[in-house]
Design a protein around this ligand. Structure first.
Ligand code: NFE
Length: 483
């Protein structure tokens, strides 16, 4: 039995600590720890609820706009508000632009170096040492050129987000009640032109390059499988059809499909560094106060569970639930469906631009409440994202977020059941323990993001005072104890 530790596990958003045990050349045990503390659920307490769509976006730099969507949905739930037609379409459009940015950058900048030995030239060097070459020199040159084009395309997607979102990565337009920018004809023209460029890049480079990769590494269709439980909250509301989304919500457990029941979502902190002594809790009651003693557990990510089961989300799951893709549920299926999703969403974005009504508002002022609760559930690029909030006296007194990476990078739960990404490594053959490329290829197929748990603390660093600063409850309690 040998042990492999990858820390920091990078070329994802944020860092993680990956530890596997190998026996007989195969992975027999895996632990994925998140050494970063998400302080946002504590930092926002006491604030004006309408800060949430702006404040909570800062959780992450690559999927920021979707936290704006989830926070706005949670507030609209509390206020009993619905955005007008333009508000829904512009929200979809801003989020769609961010999705294109995310998927293009993930394929070229984060994932491709795991598979293709790119040439020794800036910005591609120094690069990863790969054990095998499955591409011709001409194909490698093509992938390298498209990597460089991908850098520009990622920037163009952010420029597209800015047209109606005003800024990137943290757009400033999404509010409870809709979107604060109007669909002026000149902006629609600007967006159409940028979107046309991006659709060309997706059709000419992203999709063919992903298919080339999938053909050369078809063994990875059989690798990297999770427990096979699938979850999506749905994505992109369809204006005029309340409750319907372009990507439909759904759950599949043990092969059975059912509707999403939010009351079945819990978080288990048995192996997470949070005070939660009474077992799994629903997010409406969840707690985010970190512990001082880090000797038990191995992550600042709790184990998110649906009816007690670990769940996978993301582009593959959305395509599966919509019936667009049924080839399989392995690592290469995740890589392939991410690029197909970029193509599909870009097509819908063109439709949304056409359906905008320049003479109508995109915002309907909601009737705000001083006391209430709200839930915002919407898929993010990597899977299901939920924001749960409570308002008392016009201030936020409770806020819990469960991100897609909380589902996928979750640690074990009280029953010892592994999180999906941990499970995906079990049984994988590791050819060279000194250079375990298989681990990177499989884990990056999830497009993991541990920075959705923003870094306030480095485990081995002098970070604990920051935990206290991030915890008003604890600061208040300690102050009380001193008196
Ligand atoms: Ni930080 Fe995110 C997405 C969200 S993942 S990238 O997609 O929410 O946890």
């Amino acid at each position: 039995m040998s042990r492999i530790v990858i820390h920091p596990f990078n070329r994802q958003n944020g860092i993680a600590r990956v530890e596997v045990e190998v026996s007989g050349g195969r992975v027999v045990e895996a632990r994925i720890g998140n050494p970063n503390l998400k302080g946002f659920e504590l930092l926002i307490l006491g604030r004006d609820p309408d800060d949430a769509p702006f404040f909570m976006q800062r959780i992450c730099g690559i999927c920021s706009s979707v936290h704006g969507v989830a926070a706005a949905l949670a507030l609209e739930d509390a206020y009993g508000a619905t955005p007008p037609h333009n508000g829904l379409l512009l929200r979809n459009f801003i989020l769609g632009a961010d999705l294109l940015q995310n998927h293009i950058r993930h394929f070229y900048l984060l994932s491709l170096p795991d598979w293709a030995p790119l040439p020794e030239r800036a910005p591609l060097t120094p690069h990863y040492r790969l054990p095998e070459v499955r591409f011709t020199p001409a194909e490698i040159e093509r992938l390298a050129r498209n990597y460089e084009r991908g850098i520009v395309a990622g920037q163009q997607a952010h420029a597209l987000l800015v047209v109606f979102g005003t800024r990137a990565p943290y757009q400033q337009a999404m509010v409870a009640g809709g979107v604060a920018t109007r669909p002026r004809p000149d902006l629609i023209m600007q967006a159409t032109s940028l979107l046309t460029e991006l659709r060309k890049f997706i059709a000419e480079a992203l999709v063919p390059d992903t298919e080339l990769l999938a053909g050369r590494f078809s063994d990875y269709f059989e690798l990297g499988k999770t427990q096979g439980n699938l979850l999506s909250y749905g994505m992109f509301p369809r204006p005029g059809v309340p409750g319907e989304r372009y990507y439909p919500p759904g759950v599949i457990i043990s092969g059975q499909r059912e509707a999403v029941d939010p009351s079945l979502i819990t978080e288990d902190a048995t192996y997470a560094w949070f005070h939660q002594p009474d077992g799994p809790l629903p997010p409406s009651k969840g707690q985010s106060e970190p512990v001082d003693d880090l000797s038990k557990g191995y992550s600042f990510t709790k184990a998110a569970r649906y009816r007690g089961e670990p769940m996978e989300g993301g582009p593959l799951v959305r395509a599966w639930l919509r019936g667009d893709y049924r080839r399989g549920l392995g690592a290469m299926d995740r890589v392939l469906t991410r690029s197909y999703e970029a193509r599909q969403v870009a097509e819908w974005m063109e439709e949304w631009l056409r359906d905008l009504r320049p003479d109508e508002p995109s915002y309907a002022p909601p009737k705000k409440v001083r006391t209430g609760t709200g839930v915002g559930m919407h898929d993010a690029f990597r899977g299901p994202l939920g924001h749960w909030l409570k308002i008392r006296g016009g201030r936020l007194v409770h806020y819990q977020v469960i991100t897609p990476s909380t589902w996928e990078l979750s640690p074990r739960d009280a029953k010892g059941v592994r999180g999906p990404a941990e499970q995906s490594l079990i049984g994988t053959e590791i050819a060279d323990p000194e250079n375990p490329v298989e681990i990177g290829r499989i884990l990056r197929s999830f497009d993991p993001c541990s920075s959705c748990s923003v870094q306030l603390l480095e485990l081995d660093g002098p970070g604990l005072p920051l935990v206290r600063e991030a915890s008003p409850h604890r600061a208040r309690r300690e102050e009380g104890e001193r008196r």
